[in-house]
Ligand binder design. Structure first.
Ligand SMILES: [Fe+2]
Ligand SMILES: [Fe+2]
Length: 166
């Protein structure tokens, strides 16, 4: 019989999932920044690209803490979310709805990350990886703040459109 898997195994697997996801996001953010029409949205994507680089490094530290090799595992969820984002960019290129579409795609990414980091933080607590809890929480806060910033941009963007339409 195969050795029974534990929460430690699940923690490692999920860490590999988000490690893969973050590196895909790191590649997607410059494309999203190039695609964005408003200067504010471009700046937000560029800022989050810098943060994401730091998040990848934090994950490498967490792998070190648990004494495992840093490696990614294909994450179908993030591939799907990012593919939808690219679809929006192609289909709404040059339209007034493009930024709204990009913000919505980016928020789907943030929500995926918030879900993963929330789970990982809880498991790290359960497993007694205190240093990992701090690292995962730091990233969780950044993802939450990014999500809120995007909401503000979405509201500002739709207000601008409403004023123009009036
Ligand atoms: Fe991230
Ligand atoms: Fe993020």
């Amino acid at each position: 019989m195969a050795k029974e898997k534990t929460l430690d195994d699940l923690f490692y697997d999920t860490l590999k999932d988000i490690y893969y996801a973050e590196r895909q996001i790191l590649k997607a953010l410059p494309k999203m920044a190039r695609g964005a029409q408003s200067a504010e949205l471009k700046a937000a994507f560029e800022k989050h690209k810098e943060q994401t680089q730091g998040q990848v490094e934090r994950l490498q530290q967490v792998f070190e803490i648990i004494g495992k090799r840093a490696q990614g595992k294909t994450c179908e969820a993030i591939e799907g979310i990012l593919a939808e984002g690219e679809e929006v960019m192609e289909e709404f290129k040059g339209t007034t709805a493009l930024d709204a579409g990009l913000i919505s795609a980016a928020q789907a990414v943030e929500h995926y990350e918030i879900s993963r980091y929330g789970t990982l933080k809880t498991w790290a607590q359960t497993l007694g990886y205190k240093e990992a809890v701090k690292l995962l929480d730091a990233t969780l806060q950044e993802e939450g703040q990014t999500d809120q910033d995007l909401t503000k941009l979405a509201v500002a963007n739709s207000n601008k459109k409403a004023t123009k339409a009036a």
